[in-house]
Design a protein around this ligand. Sequence first.
Ligand code: HEC
Length: 157
Amino acid sequence: MSRTFVLLIIGYLALAGGAVGIMFINGMFAAKSNVDNAERVAHGLAIYSEHCAACHGADLKGDPDWETQRADRTYPPPPQDHTGHTWQHSDAELFDYIRDGGERFERRAFKTAMGGYGDVLNSADIWAVIAYVKSRWPKEFVAKQARANFLGGLHNH
Ligand code: HEC
């Protein structure tokens, strides 16, 4: 066997292994926020109603002026349905935002108006609320977000 051929085989195996690994990790995320898991979605609805609906709306519509910054540099709560930008974030990003709040995203021009839920909700609660929110999106948005998951899902979980 020529050396080039052996190197090609090794390269191919490395790529295939990497792809399978990413698919596996991605599958773990999809399972945690599975919109088809009725029990989890029901648990998420209870969490959402108790902790999120006051700001983001029972209908997930948020505040109609959510894109207009207030004088104090905060923004009104954005929708959690597909008309907002929630679906543009990976599950890992959503998890972090809900656990830690918006503080780490604060900049001079932006002040957060959402605190973290890490002390109130455990991981299972947070995954359930993500599953519930996603279950309210049209299927095509769930699929689009799954692609964001694919790219962003690898960081820190
Ligand atoms: C006190 C009002 C308030 C409550 C309660 C609240 N949020 Fe928020 N949330 C906001 C605001 C305002 C923003 C916009 C960004 C910021 O201020 O940090 C936001 C941003 C977000 C974001 C990031 C933007 C996006 O849509 O991707 C997510 C995700 C989110 N909230 C989910 C939740 C969930 C889930 C709960 C309940 C566990 C919750 N929020 C409770 C006010 C709130």
